[in-house]
Design a binder for this molecule. Structure first.
Ligand code: ZN
Length: 350
């Protein structure tokens, strides 16, 4: 029995800081659903685009929805699929185009044409069976010019309204489904556009407001002013989600601004490459490379204050050696530990 329980109700989601691991395709590489639970996770993110490409959202629905499929009792948040599609289409890795109605592209798996529109994005997320859905938005690069940022905001607002209308009309909204709908605030680094977008979305009315676009500027610094602007112009009683924010120091800063919902693929990707986090290491990033030769004989746990499986039962020396030789167990232990670290980080247990 785990000492944790998933005692979080949707109505209380985001009232205090929470970290959501990315179970992109319904899993986190090298660890199990049980492991995700055992590190104290209450909610996770799955990736709409990846699940649409394989096995397909209808297949997930047939199997009882993502929660039954992966046997996860906690909350699930799905993105709209837009961020991945637009970054892939803009980088020309995929065939397809972005247009006023959404995006059209070919599945890299079987060549099937997929239409991602505000309405189909809601259908797909309903099929997947998440609790928290995100509306389709027009995401651009951080360095976007004024004109493109204006187009992005106009489309984002139009699509948000269409998602809101469609969810309420076709599915009966939150009242009938018990699910909640969140919006994405765009506007790149133009504060007036951010303010306009946030206010207009608040006018439509959503259960959460996510910071869209890029959270770091070209020098890698957190866009503090933009984050604060979005927070100030969205309702106080709804949560603000800093989508994809990665570094511990940035998450701490965003919590200070007032953001409460976080996810990042970095936490487990770094773990697999030997980057682990420890409150035994001086901040602000608490990061150590466990592959470093100095840990080869280190009999202490990764983090002496951590209660995870990796820290309770294994030494730095063991995890060092397992990762060094490419043993999956090393990646598993490092991933479990890093997830526990991020949960403790956002809970302020440092
Ligand atoms: Zn640990």
């Amino acid at each position: 029995m785990s000492e944790y329980s998933i005692d979080l109700e949707l109505k209380d989601f985001g009232k205090v800081p929470i970290f959501l691991p990315d179970a992109t395709r319904g899993a986190i590489k090298s660890i199990t659903t049980r492991d995700i639970f055992d590190v104290g996770t209450k909610a996770l993110v799955t990736n709409t685009l990846h699940l649409t490409v394989s096995p397909g959202s209808e297949k997930i629905k047939e199997l009882g929805g993502i929660k039954k499929f992966m046997n996860w009792d906690g909350i699930v948040l799905t993105d709209s699929g837009g961020f991945q599609v637009f970054s892939l289409l803009h980088s020309k890795q995929w065939e397809g185009k972005v247009h006023d109605g959404g995006a059209t592209f070919k599945s890299p798996k079987d060549g099937k044409v997929i239409e991602l529109t505000p309405e189909s994005s809601i259908d797909i997320q309903m099929n997947i069976g998440s609790d928290i859905m995100v509306v389709l938005d027009d995401c651009r690069k951080s360095s976007v010019g004024r004109k493109d940022a204006e187009i992005s905001v106009a489309r984002t607002l139009e699509w948000a309204q269409r998602c809101r209308d469609y969810f309420d009309r076709e599915y009966g909204g939150t009242k009938e489904t018990g699910k909640i709908l969140t919006a994405v605030v765009q506007g790149a680094n133009f504060l007036d556009l951010r303010e306009h977008c946030a206010k207009a979305l608040a006018e439509i009315g959503f259960d959460g407001y996510n910071f869209g676009g890029y959270l770091l500027d070209d020098d890698g610094n957190l866009v503090v002013d933009e984050l604060a602007c979005v927070l100030e112009n969205t309702p106080d009683d709804k949560f603000n989600y800093a989508m994809g924010l990665g570094k511990p120091s940035d998450i701490i800063k965003a919590i200070e601004i007032g953001y409460t919902v976080f996810d990042t693929v970095l936490v487990t990707r770094n773990a697999r490459h030997g980057s682990v986090y420890s409150f035994d290491i001086e901040g602000p990033e608490y990061k150590m490379n466990i592959k470093n030769a100095k840990y080869a004989n280190d009999q202490s746990p990764i983090d002496s204050t951590c209660d995870c499986q990796a820290c309770k039962y294994h030494t730095r020396a063991y995890i060092h050696q397992m990762i060094k030789v490419g043993e999956i167990t090393g990646m598993t232990l490092a991933s479990i530990h890093n997830l526990r670290f991020y949960n403790r980080l956002v809970e302020g247990k440092r």
